[in-house]
Write a protein that binds this ligand. Sequence first.
Ligand code: SAM
Ligand code: DTB
Ligand code: SF4
Length: 334
Amino acid sequence: MDSVTAPPAASAESAAGAAQPAGRWTRDAILELLELPFADLLWRAQTVHRQHFDANRVQLSQLLSIKTGGCPEDCGYCPQAARYHAGVDATPLLPLEQVVAAATAAREAGATRFCMGAAWRSPKDRDIEQVTEMVRAVADLGLETCVTLGMLRDGQAERLKDAGLDYYNHNLDTAPEFYGQVTSTRDYQDRLDTLERVRDAGIHVCCGGILGMGESRSQRAGLIAQLAAMHPQPESVPINNLVRVEGTPLASADPLDPLEFVRTIAAARIAMPRSRVRLSAGREEMSDEMQALCFLAGANSVFYGEQLLTTPNPRAQRDRELFARLGMSTDAGH
Ligand code: SAM
Ligand code: DTB
Ligand code: SF4
């Protein structure tokens, strides 16, 4: 490792050539990155990115809300929490045929991963049974599978793994000390416990957060440090820009400076060199130029298709035009 890529306190394990870099990216070390001159930070991120990925290639994941709204949790950013009035109607779990139809369309449009989200605090065993059928059917289409179902209990991750699940998404969302200001119906340790269950079951981990919730720069560094400290590091790291939905407590949060968002993507890339860093929610409000900077900073995946879970996302055609203008290709070769 040279001075560009080495974490500040690389452990003996990484020096010995472990598959996963085990350098200790402390919050202070991440903060130092975030405080670099913009060009220096982006150069470092590009250098790391190019050591591990084709910098002109982007992976496309398509989302589907398989169970929308009515959630008992109180996440301040989320339009699906039953207690807020964000105009989201609660619907039961989608029938299998509808899921298969959406996944087929996603594959036709060029997505390589299909992510199914449910507004549950924690799924019941009966729910898991139904989701495993969906996972099997989507995997049979040749797509990578991902689900995000809330907190898992003993044995549930194993059942999903047996069905062929590739990824489980469960976000840490923010720094530990800010978490309580965003959500009070569960704590950070609950999140870490589910992530451990997912990892122990042999499922790839998709774990990231949301920027623009009123957190400080140090708290953004704290989130990235938490993610980078996971061992192994998450294979996928979604970085969401808060979608400010009317009716949620965070509807009137001050928007984050777009360059600060780009900086945080760059820090994620440097601290997690082998992870897919996904430019996630919030693209609908981003300029093409900001998205281009995010790709330059090391983002190499997006949510694709005109809908996230309950909020809009750029249309596929518009994304394809953007990728063409940037000379980027996608994993599906489109
Ligand atoms: N209920 C499950 C859970 O909380 O883990 C799964 C679904 S939940 C909607 C998945 C993730 O979406 C959250 O962890 C959060 O990071 C993200 N999210 C939800 N609302 C958002 C918003 N308004 N803006 C950005 N990201 C959001
Ligand atoms: C993630 O980190 N972002 C996605 C996915 N994982 C599940 C969800 C974004 C949701 C944005 C708000 C909505 O559409 O409801
Ligand atoms: Fe429920 Fe997940 Fe939304 Fe929180 S983020 S309110 S747990 S759906």
